[in-house]
Design a protein around this ligand. Structure first.
Ligand code: SAJ
Length: 453
């Protein structure tokens, strides 16, 4: 008996989930992707069996090709297949705007379209991260009001969040436990049947709100821990010591795992999920403890400050050498928000360029960015090259913002010959201070004091 599945949103979440499900016997999957300017091209790309993502994604290329070739997976911008769907997965982006308010335009649009076409007995699973309270108060209301169905009777609505990790998209679905918040036994059973076919780890059942809170708090926890590491980096710089040495000494204990500081926190999870948590708190609770909720906003401020600190480190070098930040070439090494992926969302590199541009708008500064994975369609702020030599030749400042593997193998002697001024600002603990300075570079690292001791 075939199981018809529709996955809405062909992004980092939707694509791996869709093709993993399509690889299951008797599962037939339709991916729905709107033909927008930015991402419409993915429809044809995927229907040719090709992976639209360029970073290293073990297993994904061959899986896409196999399920497309076997006719188990196709992509469209139409909602016709929703009519026969036994399962509908919602994997659309749920960004927050500059005021930290969630922008649910895609989620609302998709919910309305589902309501129009869905059949009795369908199981709808919201995988996108939302503010706690959204599944029950927003998505359920749209589906019930626009279709006249009742959740738990005529259809099932589950919140089951993704834990994708660019660079390990398949692994993080199959090898991680899955939290299921279906709101009733039957909904949970339906979701367990589906996920049981692809998830090798535990399926953990709870109520919908607890599942939403688990997702947001899981990421807020990580964001706060990174903020702590960033704060300790700033503190250790003033102590003129290396925070990475200290973190490694702490983490040597088997029961400690401190995070690492860097040029900032990018991506589509940690930059938004803490704000979704606070939005849900403000909207769906009586806020009795509002005055005591401080750590999450403060952590976001610290993490958002780190790109500015990269610029401070650069400015310190120019100040110490009594040189103007003018008539220089700045090379940004790394555009994606994390190592070895092509994902540029909320990348610290963009913030660094924007701040430099505004602070030195009347100065003569040439910018060039290098990234081995990022495609120029995803980064338009400066010239972008995947030729490292082009980026660093005649450069006056090298700002390492992403720790792509290839940066660890740079020949510093060769690099020294090609740059115009040997200045390295290391935002990702790529280099060792004494070694780099021994090669004749002026060096500053996030988290390490600049004076020798
Ligand atoms: N970062 C640091 N220091 C750290 C760890 C990360 O500065 O110690 C920075 C990264 O450079 C990056 C940002 O934080 O700019 C986010 O990094 P991340 O490793 O958290 O990557 P994400 O955003 O892809 O986070 C995802 C999340 N997964 C989902 O929400 C589905 C998160 O829950 C996971 O914990 C994380 O992957 C992971 O650990 O794999």
């Amino acid at each position: 008996m075939p199981t018809n599945i529709v996955v809405i949103g062909m992004g980092y979440v939707g694509i791996p989930m869709a093709v993993l499900l399509a690889d299951v016997d008797d599962f037939y999957v339709t991916g729905i992707q709107r033909r927008s300017q930015r991402s419409g091209w993915k429809i044809d790309w995927l229907n040719q069996g090709k992976n639209p993502y360029e970073g290293e994604e073990p297993g994904l290329d061959e899986l896409i090709e196999r399920v497309v070739k076997s006719g188990k997976f196709k992509v469209t911008d139409k909602y016709d297949d929703v009519r026969d769907a036994d399962y509908i997965l919602i994997d659309v982006q749920t960004p927050v705007d500059d005021e930290k308010i969630p922008r649910y335009a895609s989620l609302l649009d998709v919910s309305q379209k589902i309501a129009k076409h869905m059949k009795k007995g369908v199981t709808i699973i919201l995988e996108s991260t939302v503010a706690p309270g959204t599944t029950d108060n927003v998505v359920q209301s749209i589906l019930e009001e626009n279709r006249g169905f009742k959740r738990g009777l005529d259809f099932f609505l589950v919140f089951s969040f993704e834990r994708v990790m660019p660079g390990k998209l398949i692994e993080y679905i199959t090898d991680f436990p899955r939290v299921i918040g279906g709101g009733c036994q039957e909904a949970n059973d339906k979701a367990k049947f589906l996920y049981g076919k692809v998830v090798k780890k535990e399926l953990q059942v709870t109520d919908t709100l607890t599942a939403e809170l688990t997702k947001c708090i899981e990421n807020a926890y990580r964001d706060v821990n990174i903020a702590f590491a960033n704060e300790m980096a700033l503190l250790c710089e003033d102590f003129n010591r290396n925070v990475f040495e200290i973190i490694n000494l702490i983490n040597y204990r088997h029961d400690r795992m401190m995070h690492f500081p860097g040029s900032g926190v990018g991506g589509h999870c940690l930059t938004k999920d803490p704000w979704l948590l606070l939005y849900g708190f403000n909207k769906y609770t009586e806020r009795l403890n509002e005055a005591k909720i401080k750590i999450i906003p403060d952590a976001r401020k610290i993490n958002d400050f780190m790109p500015y600190h990269m610029i401070e480190l650069m400015e310190n070098v120019f100040r110490d050498s009594h040189r103007l930040v003018d008539n220089i070439k700045v090379a940004l090494l790394g555009v994606s928000y994390k190592a070895n992926t092509d994902d540029t969302r909320n990348t610290p590199t963009e913030n660094i360029v924007k701040v430099l541009r505004s602070r030195y708008h009347s100065h003569n500064i040439e910018y060039i960015a290098h990234d081995p994975f990022v495609h120029e369609r995803d980064y338009k702020l400066t010239k972008l090259t995947n030729d490292f030599n082009e980026a660093i030749t005649n450069a006056d400042v090298l700002m390492f913002t992403t720790n792509h593997s290839e940066y660890y193998d740079i020949d510093l002697d060769d690099l020294k010959k090609k740059v115009r001024t040997p200045i390295i600002i290391d935002g990702r603990n790529i280099f060792e201070k004494k070694l780099v300075e021994g090669k004749g570079f002026t060096y500053r690292k996030v988290g390490e004091g600049s004076k020798n001791h």
